[in-house]
Ligand binder design. Structure first.
Ligand code: ADP
Length: 452
């Protein structure tokens, strides 16, 4: 195998910067790509070389797979790191990278496609003995088929896009009378977002937590888990706050979920970093999906394990063996991450534009992963994440107190951000008392809307 010396970072924003840092710490060269909207982005400045790949819309730049591979080859790269989003979970891209004689810093294309279709993933997981949310594992033909299945499992049910991602193509249905409309809505949303309108159905869990397990697999058959993250603070099925460990788990459950996640990864021949997502309710856990890439919230795991997940991704792609054993992975203390988005904190409309003041927090146990700076212009073309504040504490309450101080030091002006909502959640009694179910934030926001 060719040695790993130069990595194409096929992404932008904070994750591109994160990957470039890991490359440099390992003595590797990092090659960046950028759209016309990102000429002044830090990932362009920090990389050893950078290439313009097109116009601001993603379809004309960061999603141009052939262009990315062409740049990787002409710049003498040995590997491509896809980050998250964009092409990270596109099996065809992983395969095209490998076919071009480059290393893909991620799983084999076969594992991405097995996990990318939620119905196939459910079938594979059931065969491997991994518990899944009650429901079916085949697409439904039409709304009347959905009615028959829903009657069997009992309302409420969740219609879900087989090709789903980012919470799109999902509809909760509380009664049969709603199915026709919800089925049509889920199908057209899925068709528009994924070019695939296949819909299946799961039981809708009413008070679950979202708990996910970080896994890491090398090319030599070693699969480890790095503990869990609790990502139950969500809005529209999108995570806002993540923490590790989960305040809801016992050591026994933690061990069982970890072993189950390792079995799930093995069942699809997984390699590199991945996350097995579960819903957890009444002491039971159920697989919902696998994210076959590094995740936004990986820093909380890094804080409590002391491991650098992105460095491990690169080392594994280069063929290195995982030198640690499961018993060497120790979770210590508590970490919390708040995602900072350029959006109205209560209306959630995007707020692109120029940042006039940008002051980030500091002090012990505080980490900031961001690509923003004073005078940075947030282009309207990409997602609204402008950074993440991550804190570490010896205990959960110390971590919350530290996050409160960190948020109070943070000043971002010129655009709207969700900072005030994070401040409010860090003061929230239910969050402080041990966390919430995935529906908590939505319910809280709905209550505000009623007070208005
Ligand atoms: P996506 O791939 O679109 O992100 P997921 O399957 O990962 O979809 O689900 C996203 C979120 O939707 C979960 O974190 C959870 O909040 C909610 N969700 C998914 N399945 C269920 C379910 N069966 N019952 C209740 N909520 C669910």
């Amino acid at each position: 195998m060719r040695p790993l010396r130069t990595v194409l970072v096929a992404n932008r924003g904070e994750i591109a910067l994160r990957i470039i840092r890991a490359c440099h710490e390992l003595g590797l060269r990092a090659v960046a790509v950028y759209s016309e909207a990102d000429r002044l982005a830090p990932h362009v400045l920090e990389a050893d070389e950078a290439y313009l790949i097109g116009a601001p819309p993603s379809a004309q730049s960061y999603l141009r797979s052939e262009k990315l591979i062409e740049v990787a080859k002409s710049a003498g790269c040995d590997a491509v790191h896809p980050g998250y989003g964009f092409l990270a979970e596109r099996a065809f891209f992983a395969q095209a990278v490998v076919d071009a004689g480059l290393l893909f810093v991620g799983p084999p294309a076969s594992a991405i496609s097995a996990m990318g279709d939620k119905t196939e993933a459910r079938r594979r997981m059931m065969a491997a003995g991994v518990p899944v949310v009650p429901g079916i594992a085949e697409p439904l033909n039409d709304a009347s088929a959905a009615k028959a299945v829903a009657a069997e499992f009992g309302y409420p049910v969740l219609l879900k896009a087989a090709a789903g991602g980012g919470g799109k193509g999902m509809r909760v249905v509380h009664a049969e009378a709603e199915i026709d409309r919800s089925f049509a809505a889920a199908r057209s949303e899925a068709e528009a977002a994924f070019g695939d309108g296949s819909i299946y159905l799961e039981k809708y869990l009413e008070r679950p937590r979202h708990i996910e397990i970080q896994v890491m697999a090398d090319a030599h058959g070693n699969v480890l888990h790095f503990g869990e993250r609790d990502c139950s603070v969500q809005r529209r099925h999108q995570k806002m706050i993540e923490e590790a460990p989960s305040p809801a788990l016992t050591p026994d459950l933690r061990a069982r979920m970890g072993e189950t996640a390792v079995a799930a990864a093995r069942a699809v021949g997984y390699r590199n970093a991945g996350t097995i997502e579960f819903l957890f309710e009444n002491g039971e856990f159920y697989f919902i999906e696998m994210n076959t890439r590094i995740q936004v919230e990986h820093p909380v795991t890094e804080m409590v394990t002391g491991l650098d997940l992105v460095q491990w991704q690169l080392r594994i792609a280069a063929g290195e063996k995982l030198t640690l054993k499961q018993r060497d992975v120790a979770v210590r203390g508590h970490a919390i991450e708040c995602r900072l988005n350029a959006e109205d904190p209560f209306r959630f409309t995007p707020s692109p534009g120029r940042i006039s003041t940008f002051h980030m927090p500091g002090g012990p146990g505080v980490r900031v992963d961001s690509h923003a700076y004073v005078n940075y212009y947030i282009p309207p073309n990409y997602d609204s994440l402008i950074g993440k504040i991550i804190v570490y504490g010896e205990t959960r309450s110390q971590a919350i107190a530290r996050m409160q101080v960190a948020l109070s030091e943070t000043v971002i002006e010129g655009i709207k951000t969700n900072l005030p909502l994070h401040q409010e959640l860090m003061r929230d009694a239910a969050f402080q008392a041990g966390g919430t179910s995935i529906h908590y934030l939505e319910d809280k926001l709905a209550a505000y809307a009623r007070e208005d």
